[in-house]
Design a protein around this ligand. Structure first.
Ligand code: G6P
Length: 617
């Protein structure tokens, strides 16, 4: 993971880099650092901790001048998070500086070789090896910086997005990418350039961006056209400059205390944006170019395999129930990290759907590469436009949720379910697996979901009261059945991620095969008991919990009577079709985790040890 930012141009680099790093903190936040080039000398400041810690330190430690600089916010891979292991790293001569997002897998033999040649190392990082390798190549072969970086990278195995500068070249940064994202913002008339892990650090300066592809290296010089080459064979690549749609508002908190809360409250709009222009309710049409253009592939598929990680995997589980229910196509859902290494049977008649908010998750990328190598058709469901998975898939559909900054995923989950439901409905219609009236009823109900989500959001204060009661419990159990079983998993994941309370999600009926042994008066059980989801069975499960003194927080439909009599707390959500209910039942679970985490004074948007975009294995 890690976030990287760089600037070369006519403005002061420091404020641009610090602000950019703050926007990229979702990618890692255990340490950070900055290097500025000030009149031919490198000003370096780095520290364990967050970007604000860096700011406090840098102002006392270095002069903050310079129109060229690079900065880094880290999620440690090699070497614990401390001051020394923080980036940037400097080469032995003191001339070259690097920031790096990724992992150099063969750093150990490279380091050994460099030590034999007299290089010394101060950190435990793979990155310090890389900058000295570049220096070694540059010195031995008498190469310019861009060439030296390229040649050094041909010796490297692993993933990287890097930016490097030489203190003797005041207007030049070299950037390269393999496996980790890297965007270059191009200022007016090439007077300035920005480098970043995504476009958010430079969006207020320019809408023009180049996304480097894997295996590409760019030499960026103030006042000159960017030069891009292939790392492997040095061939020239024409830069493709695209115009970004992103705006500043979308990446700011807008009065909310946290991004997570803002994103929870954005869900009515986000879901509408997902189906807007695609679902024409009156005409009974669902338009999705990625499906329309490849309809035969889907209709002739022996099965659909869904690969994803984390919350996206939970959306995949919901989609399995929805696809099988509506379109009667067999579906398997796999953790991308398992799928990629377990020698799965994949054929040309399989359709693989990769779900990823960021579109950068390393395991999901590897899973789709494997699927493609076996001839399967790969369809990407991503949120980040232009992301790697979106580009590497054969076709796809964006969720259009807008930027999700909070590390705990919320609106990405509900919009993923929305887009997957649209696909399932479209395929069901094309296959004749759904009656006309059912099809139209589903469209009409889906259209009502944003209003019903709004109604769920009005429960916020009530949920806060429940959070006060249970915030200090050491464990939680989440139970759901059918379409709401994945919602139970997702609810438990949210609580774990942001409040550090141990929580498990289980299918309600499986409780009696193990988790029931855990139940006592210290065990809150969050159980989804909506009317249409095997209600009577779930009510029996609630009785079983009650008779063992468990505390029950039940998600029920408006006006529920039976569960109210037994549960400690009920949270009422509006009724909808059973297969759409996850879009509603998930909202109170997001809010419950959020409030518990805030009350426990946890860092909601940047929980410990996590990162939003996991670009390492
Ligand atoms: C990380 C994030 C999760 C996310 C998962 C998959 O673990 O913290 O919130 O669900 O990666 O990410 P993706 O971008 O592929 O959906």
């Amino acid at each position: 993971m890690c976030g990287i930012v760089g600037y070369v141009g006519f403005r002061e680099a420091y404020p641009i880099i610090i602000k950019g790093l703050k926007r990229l903190e979702y990618r890692g936040y255990d340490s950070s650092g900055i290097a500025l080039l000030d009149n031919g000398s490198i000003k370096l400041s780095k520290t364990k901790g967050k970007v604000v810690d860096l700011e406090n330190r840098a102002k006392d430690e270095i002069s903050l001048n310079g129109t060229l600089g690079i900065g880094h916010t880290r999620w440690a891979t090699h070497g614990e998070p401390n001051d020394v292991n923080s980036h940037p790293h400097i080469s032995n001569s003191g001339d070259l500086v690097i920031i790096h997002n990724g992992i150099i897998e063969n750093y150990a033999p490279l380091k050994k070789e460099l030590i034999n040649r007299g290089y010394t190392f101060v950190s435990d990082t793979d990155t310090e090896v890389l900058i000295n390798l570049i220096e070694d190549v540059k010195k031995n072969d008498g190469l310019k910086l861009g060439k030296a970086v390229r040649v050094a990278l041909t010796q490297v195995v692993g993933a990287y997005a890097i930016a490097v500068f030489d203190k003797n070249k005041p207007n030049e940064i070299v950037a390269a990418r393999m496996g980790s994202p890297l965007a270059i913002g191009v200022g007016e008339d090439d007077k300035e350039f920005f480098i970043a892990s995504d476009a958010s650090p430079f969006i207020e300066y320019t809408n023009n961006a180049i996304y480097l592809e894997d295996e590409e290296i760019a030499v960026i010089r103030k006042g000159k056209k960017i030069k891009i080459r292939k790392i492997s064979d040095d061939s020239i690549v024409d830069p493709y400059i695209q115009e970004l749609q992103l705006n500043l508002e979308q990446i700011e908190k807008d009065g909310y205390d946290h991004f997570m809360l803002k994103e929870i409250f954005e869900q009515p709009n986000a879901i509408t944006d997902t189906y807007r222009g695609r679902m024409l309710v009156n005409e009974g049409i669902i338009r999705m170019a990625g499906i329309d253009d490849n309809l035969e592939r889907f209709l002739n598929a022996d099965r659909i395999i869904i690969v994803a990680c984390g919350t996206s995997w939970h959306a995949g589980l919901v989609a399995e129930y929805v696809f099988e229910e509506l379109s009667r196509i067999p579906v398997e859902v796999e953790y991308a990290s398992e799928f990629r290494y377990r020698n799965p049977i994949i054929t040309e008649k399989d359709v693989v759907i990769a779900i990823s908010q960021s579109g950068e998750t390393a395991d999901t990328r590897a899973a789709i590469q494997l699927a493609k190598s076996k001839g399967a058709f790969v369809f990407g469901v991503c949120n980040v436009v232009g992301s790697t998975i979106a580009r590497e898939s054969d076709a796809g559909a964006y969720t259009h949720a807008g930027p999700e900054i909070g590390v705990a995923s919320t609106k990405a989950f509900t919009t993923q379910i929305t887009v997957l439901t649209l696909i399932a409905l479209k395929l069901a219609k094309a296959k004749g697996a759904i009656s006309n009236s059912d099809y139209h009823m589903h469209l009409r109900e889906l259209e009502l979901i944003p209003e019903k989500v709004k109604e769920c959001l009005t429960l916020d204060n009530h949920i806060k009261e429940i959070a006060v009661v249970y915030k200090d419990m050491p464990n939680f159990l989440y139970l759901g059945r059918g379409f709401n079983f994945p919602v139970a998993l997702e609810g438990a994941l949210k609580l774990k991620e942001i409040s550090y309370i141990h929580a498990e999600g289980y299918p309600a009926a499986e409780m009696k095969h193990g988790p029931i042994a855990l139940i006592d008066e210290q065990m809150p059980v969050v159980i989804i008991a909506t009317k249409k989801g095997h209600y009577d069975k779930v009510v029996s499960n609630i009785q079983e919990i009650k008779s063992r003194k468990g505390k029950i927080i039940a998600i029920v439909n408006n006006g529920d009577v039976s569960v109210r009599e037994i549960a400690d707390y009920v949270i009422e959500v509006p009724e909808t079709l059973e297969l759409l209910s996850p879009l509603l039942t998930t909202i109170p679970l997001q809010l419950l985790s959020y409030h518990i985490a805030v009350m426990r004074e946890c860092n909601v948007d940047q929980p410990r040890n996590l990162a939003k975009s996991v670009t390492v294995e």
